[in-house]
Design a binder for this molecule. Structure first.
Ligand SMILES: Cc1cc2nc3c(=O)[nH]c(=O)nc-3n(C[C@H](O)[C@H](O)[C@H](O)COP(=O)(O)O)c2cc1C
Length: 187
């Protein structure tokens, strides 16, 4: 699959088969993804992989409860309150793999660099039949000091991206987007 095809086909996938994402496949995806451009050549990324289904399920519940109990702190999630109140809603959509990208704040470019890596992972995953979904809800928990300490994230690293991942069960048709706006185009 060439890169243009992957860009065209990629969608946020929220339904996965039972097949686990194999360690060698995930490592290959990440090793490819870190070929992304990196500000000042600092390569400020580090990763946490969750593949324990019980832990993933528990974390989904913890995120839901934390956001619902502190709604005022999360205005960006207020429009999703009914989802979070739904006991069947699983923030990772029952994915068997959750990949978290942390950025080293010592780099002023860490958010850009790590977002580029996350984008590359999603595109490279497309080639393997692996679907991904960026899970913004996870920000409510994965940046907490105790979560980071538990998962050996060094001091100074900040959460940038959380991806739920799994072999795609229900594909989603290619997306449409609004026409891009060009604020100016000088000649
Ligand atoms: C920063 C960011 C946060 C997102 N957070 C969530 C999320 O918490 N849950 C979810 O189901 N989808 C989430 N998404 C996926 C978007 O809903 C999705 O990208 C958008 O609807 C466009 O659909 P597409 O990715 O299939 O083209 C997030 C996407 C981004 C880029």
């Amino acid at each position: 699959m060439d890169v243009l095809e992957a860009i065209e086909k990629r969608r946020s996938i929220r339904s996965y088969t039972d097949r686990p994402v194999e360690k060698d496949v995930l490592e290959r995806l990440v090793k490819t993804a870190v070929k992304a451009p990196t500000g000042s050549g600092m390569e400020p990324w580090g990763f946490v992989v969750l593949q324990d289904q019980k832990e993933i399920d528990t974390l989904s519940e913890r995120v839901k409860q934390k956001v619902l109990n502190n709604m005022a702190d999360y205005p960006q999630f207020s429009q999703y309150e009914s989802w979070l109140r739904n006991e069947k809603y699983h923030i990772f959509n029952h994915a068997g793999t959750v990949l978290i990208v942390y950025g080293d704040c010592a780099s002023p470019w860490h958010v850009y660099d790590c977002s580029l890596v996350a984008g590359n992972i999603m595109l490279a995953a497309e080639n393997e039949g692996i679907g991904c979904c960026w899970i913004g809800f996870a920000e409510a928990l994965f940046n907490d000091a105790d979560f980071k300490a538990e998962h050996h994230v060094p001091e100074g690293y900040h959460l940038v991206s959380t991806l739920s991942m799994g072999y795609t069960k229900v594909p989603v048709p290619p997306c449409t987007r609004k026409d891009p706006v060009f604020f100016s185009w000088t000649k």
